[in-house]
Write a protein that binds this ligand. Structure first.
Ligand SMILES: [Zn+2]
Length: 130
């Protein structure tokens, strides 16, 4: 997929705030996050939907590893997952740490997203991986 933004991130053609990776999967911060630590987890190979990923269990196990790090370092109240997949046509799991009074308890909306600078995003990655 030459025009897929996530494939370009995997190839390093577009920068990302990398949280973690292994041979099959990559986790990076969403640049328009719902909350501090909002992370995208994608397969390095292009698949349209999360359920198209052949090693689906490993995909979620990797996602849980990231969730455990976020839980221990960012101390959210709990973590939500979203796999809507309608904005970028490359499988992705949203890890959304939830905090008390995060304004996300009722419904999600673009206007609720945080506006964070690259420096702020870098600080969050450093904190998760500290
Ligand atoms: Zn792709």
């Amino acid at each position: 997929m030459d025009d897929c933004i996530f494939c370009k991130i995997v190839k390093g053609e577009i920068p990302c705030q990398k949280v973690a990776e292994n041979k099959d999967f990559l986790a990076f911060l969403d640049i328009s996050p719902f909350s501090e630590g909002h992370t995208m987890v994608i397969p390095k190979t292009h698949y349209r939907w999360t359920y198209d990923v052949p090693n689906f269990g490993e995909y979620w196990e990797f996602t849980r590893e990231i969730s455990n790090k976020i839980n221990s370092k960012l101390n959210p109240f709990f973590i939500s997952y979203l796999t809507m997949g309608n904005q970028v046509p490359h499988a992705h799991i949203h890890i959304i740490p939830r905090y008390f009074n995060d304004n996300l308890m009722n419904e999600f909306g673009q206007d609720l997203r945080l506006k964070l600078s690259t420096i702020q995003l870098e600080a969050i990655v450093a904190k998760i991986n500290s």
